[in-house]
Write a protein that binds this ligand. Structure first.
Ligand code: WTA
Length: 679
C-alpha cells in the first residue's frame, strides 16, 4: 500500500459485507396504476440515444420558448441542457396548474404540536402568496435575477413559498439547513455573496420552540467578518403577529415579513422567462477540505430531471398524497418535496418536526390522517422508527403504495422491516442513490419494471449509465464481487453546473480523476466521479458501500472531516485533531474525535465538553461526536501524517493491521487500551 492509502480511511472500508439478497416483485395492483410500465424506456434512454432521449423529460414542462440544442458541451464539464429554451420554474410549479387544479392542495402542512391545525395550501393560495412575496423581494429587498439570497429556514410553508418567489424572478436561492449553526450559515452567506438573509423567529423541534432568530445575528456577524455585508434580514414569524424569539430585532436591518407583506396584498408579478441554463439555486454540501461547496443548479435541466424522475421513479400522480419526510434544507427536499412534486401538480406533505414526537406513532398517525400513499424517508429515520416502535405501523390504517429510501446504504434487515411492517408487505420500495451535486436520482429501480433487492440501489435510472472503475481507471466487471469507484459515463440534465465561485475545484473533485483529455469537449472523456465505493452484481444492480473521501455520512447528512477537525482546533488547548467514522446502529455513521493537547494542558471532562461545543457552534448539533478521546499522541507515519485508518480501526474494533512502520507504533496500543479497555 502507498503511504496515501495507509493514511486514509473511508466509510466504504468499514462497510459491512453483505450477502447477495433475494429479489422481490411489485404487486399487479401497483403495476396497473404505475406511470411507467413500458420496458422500452431503457432502450429509449440507451447511450445510442443520448442526449436526445432527455427530450422526454423536457417535454413534461411548459416552455416560453422551445430549446434548440439538447446538450451543449462547449464548456465541458459544465454541461448546458436545452439551450435556446426559455422557462420559469415557478410558473411550472404553480401557475400552469391553476386552470385544472387551483383548488387542490399543493402543500399539506403538519405542525409539530399535535393540537395545532394542519394547513392546506391550495395551488391558488400558493400562487397568491408567491406573487405577493416576489413583489416584496423585488421592491422592498431590491433583489433581481442573478442575485443570491440566503434562506436559513426550517420546515415551515414559508420556505417553499420563498423558494418559489425567488424562482419566479430568477433570484438564486441558497437555503441553509435550519439545524445548521449561525456560524455555518454566515460562512455560506459570505461564500454566495448574499445581501439579504431570510429567516424565521422560531420553530418546533421535539416539543421545544427553538429561538432561531439568534442564529441570524450570528450569521450576519460571521458574514461581515468574511467581507459580506447583509443589508436586510427578513424574519418570518412562526405565529404571524406574535414574536416568539428572545433575540431583539435590529432597527433598520431586521424586518418582520408578515408586517412588510401588508403592503403587498393583492400584488401580482409575471414569472420571468429564464434561459434554461440560468441558475435556479445553490445548495451547499461538505467536501474534503473545510470549505463547503456551493453546488449550482440550473433551471431547465434541473427542473426537467426532477420532474421526470418524480414521475417515473416516485410514481407521483396528481391524485396521490405524497410525503417526503426529508428536510427542504437538503437536496432531497428541494428536488422531491418542492420542485419535482409541484411540477407534477402533486399534493406534497410537509412536516415540521421530529417523526417520533411525541411518540413512536406520530409519523403513522399523520400518514393515516392525510391518507398518504407515497412515503419517502432515509435509513436513519427508518432505524429510529423501528427501534422506537417496531409494532406501531400496524396500529394505523394508512396504506402506502410506494416507499423510498435515500441518503445512505440501508441494511437488508432494516429494509425488510420497512417492507413488511411499514409497507405492510404491499408497498413497492425504491432505494435511490444520488447526491446534492446530481439534482436527482442516479441509481434506483423503476418501481413497476425492475424487482427490488434489499440493500441494493439497483441499476442506473433511465439515461444514467454508471460504471465502476478501479484506481487506475480500468472498468470492474459486474458479478466479480470487487468494489471500486462508482462513476457515471455520461452527463444528465440534473447535474450541477459548477461549484459557486470555484470552477477549479469543480473539475478537480468530480471530473479530473478519470478525465482522458482535459481539453476535450466530448462528454465521453469526462466521466463523473461520485466519491462513493460500490459493487455491481451479476444482474447489474449497484450496492453502494459509502464514501471513499474524507466525508462522513452521519444520519444521511454529509459532514467533512476537515470541517470537524477545524472546529476542534478552535479550542485553545487542542494541538491536533482527527475525526473518523464510527459505525452506529441508528445513524449509520457518527464522528469519533481524537485530539492531542498542546504542552502544559491536561485532559479533562470539561475540555471534552468544550470540544463538543466548538463543533456545535461551528457546524450544528447534527455534527455532535459520539466520543472525544484526548490522547497522548496521534499515530503517525514517518513523514508525520496522522493515520486515520488506525484510529478508525480502533473506534470500530476492527483489525488495526500492521503498524510496525509507523513513527510511533507504541502509541497505537496505548490509544487502543484507552478506547477499548484492556481486553
Ligand atoms: C450517500 C443525498 C447508499 C452516498 C441525496 C452519497 C447513499 C451521499 C444513497 C450523498 C443510497 C445517498 N444508498 N448511499 N440510496 N443515497 N447516499 O449529497 O454516500 O446529502 O455520496 O445527497 O449519500 O449525500 P447528499
Amino acid at each position: 500500500m502507498s503511504e496515501k492509502e495507509l493514511e486514509q480511511v473511508s466509510e466504504a472500508e468499514i462497510a459491512v459485507h453483505w450477502q447477495e439478497e433475494e429479489v422481490l416483485y411489485p404487486s399487479a395492483q401497483f403495476i396497473a396504476q404505475a406511470n411507467m410500465t413500458d420496458a422500452d424506456i431503457y432502450e429509449r434512454f440507451s447511450l445510442e440515444n443520448f442526449p436526445q432521449c432527455f427530450k422526454e423529460y423536457a417535454d413534461l414542462l411548459s416552455w416560453y420558448q422551445y430549446w434548440q440544442t439538447t446538450l451543449d458541451t462547449s464548456d465541458a464539464p459544465s454541461w448546458k441542457w436545452f439551450v435556446g429554451g426559455k422557462i420559469n420554474a415557478c410558473y411550472n410549479c404553480v401557475d400552469r396548474h391553476l386552470p385544472k387544479y387551483k383548488n387542490k392542495a399543493a402543500i399539506l402542512y403538519v405542525p409539530e404540536p399535535e393540537h395545532e391545525p394542519h394547513l392546506a395550501l391550495t395551488y391558488q393560495e400558493l400562487y397568491v402568496r408567491v406573487n405577493e412575496l416576489a413583489v416584496l423581494l423585488r421592491d422592498f429587498a431590491g433583489l433581481k435575477a442573478g442575485d443570491r439570497v440566503t434562506l436559513h429556514m426550517p420546515m415551515v410553508p414559508e420556505l417553499p413559498i420563498t423558494m418559489l418567489a425567488c424562482a419566479r424572478l430568477g433570484i438564486i436561492h441558497s437555503e441553509v439547513y435550519g439545524g445548521f449553526s449561525g456560524t455555518a450559515c454566515g460562512e455560506r452567506i459570505a461564500d454566495s455573496g448574499s445581501r439579504v438573509l431570510i429567516t424565521i423567529d422560531g420553530y418546533y423541534r421535539s416539543g421545544k420552540l427553538l429561538d432561531h432568530k439568534e442564529n441570524a445575528d450570528i450569521a450576519v456577524k460571521v458574514a461581515e467578518e468574511q467581507g459580506q455585508t447583509v443589508e436586510k434580514v427578513l424574519v418570518w414569524r412562526r405565529y404571524p403577529g406574535k414574536y416568539v424569539s428572545d433575540t431583539p430585532m435590529l432597527e433598520g436591518r431586521d424586518h418582520f415579513m408578515d408586517v412588510v407583506l401588508g403592503d403587498y396584498v393583492g400584488k401580482r408579478i409575471d414569472p420571468l422567462p429564464m434561459r434554461a441554463e440560468d441558475p435556479l439555486f445553490i445548495m451547499y454540501t461538505s467536501g474534503t477540505t473545510g470549505k463547503p461547496k456551493g453546488c449550482l443548479h440550473s433551471t431547465g435541466g434541473y427542473l426537467a430531471y426532477v420532474t421526470g424522475t418524480s414521475k417515473y421513479v416516485q410514481d407521483i400522480h396528481p391524485e396521490d398524497v405524497y410525503w417526503c419526510m426529508a428536510d427542504i434544507g437538503w437536496i432531497t427536499g428541494h428536488s422531491y418535496i418542492v420542485y419535482g412534486p409541484l411540477a407534477l401538480a402533486a399534493t406534497s406533505v410537509m412536516y415540521e418536526g421530529v417523526p417520533t414526537y411525541p411518540d413512536a406513532g406520530r409519523a403513522w398517525r399523520i400518514a393515516e390522517r392525510l391518507d398518504v400513499n407515497i412515503f419517502h424517508t432515509a435509513p436513519t429515520t427508518i432505524r429510529m422508527l423501528r427501534k422506537a416502535g417496531p409494532d406501531e405501523p400496524q396500529k394505523y390504517s394508512y396504506q402506502f403504495k410506494h416507499m423510498t429510501t435515500v441518503g445512505e446504504p440501508i441494511e437488508p434487515a432494516v429494509w425488510r422491516w420497512y417492507y413488511d411492517v411499514v409497507g405492510k408487505g404491499r408497498a413497492v420500495i425504491v432505494d435511490t442513490w444520488w447526491q446534492t451535486e446530481n439534482g436527482g436520482f442516479l441509481c434506483s429501480t423503476l418501481p413497476a419494471l425492475k424487482p427490488m433487492k434489499p440493500g441494493s440501489a439497483g441499476p442506473g435510472v433511465p439515461g444514467i449509465h454508471p460504471v465502476i472503475y478501479d484506481e487506475d481507471g480500468n472498468e470492474i466487471d459486474p458479478g466479480i464481487g470487487k468494489a471500486g469507484n462508482i462513476c457515471i459515463r455520461n452527463p444528465w440534465p440534473g447535474a450541477f453546473q459548477t461549484i459557486w465561485g470555484d470552477r477549479e475545484r469543480f473539475i478537480s473533485t468530480y471530473y479530473e480523476k478519470y478525465c482522458k483529455d482535459k481539453k476535450s469537449t466530448d462528454w465521453r472523456d469526462w466521466p463523473y466521479f461520485a466519491g462513493d465505493a460500490a459493487v455491481q452484481a451479476e444482474d447489474g444492480y449497484f450496492r453502494i458501500l459509502g464514501r471513499v473521501d474524507d466525508v462522513i455520512n452521519v444520519a444521511g447528512h454529509r459532514l467533512g472531516t476537515k470541517e470537524l477537525e477545524s472546529a476542534c482546533l478552535t479550542v485553545l488547548e487542542v494541538a491536533e485533531a482527527s475525526v473518523v467514522p464510527l459505525a452506529d446502529e441508528l445513524k449509520g455513521r457518527v464522528p469519533d474525535i481524537y485530539v492531542s493537547l498542546k504542552p502544559g494542558y491536561e485532559p479533562s471532562r470539561e475540555l471534552q465538553g468544550k470540544i463538543v461545543e466548538a463543533i456545535e457552534v461551528s457546524i450544528g448539533k447534527i455534527a455532535r461526536p459520539k466520543h472525544v478521546y484526548i490522547v497522548p499522541d496521534m499515530p503517525k507515519t514517518r513523514s508525520g501524517k496522522i493515520m486515520r485508518r488506525v484510529l478508525a480501526a480502533i473506534s470500530n474494533r476492527s483489525d488495526i493491521g500492521d503498524v510496525t512502520t509507523l513513527a510511533n507504533a507504541e502509541v497505537v496500543e496505548e490509544v487502543r487500551r484507552m478506547v477499548q479497555g484492556d481486553g
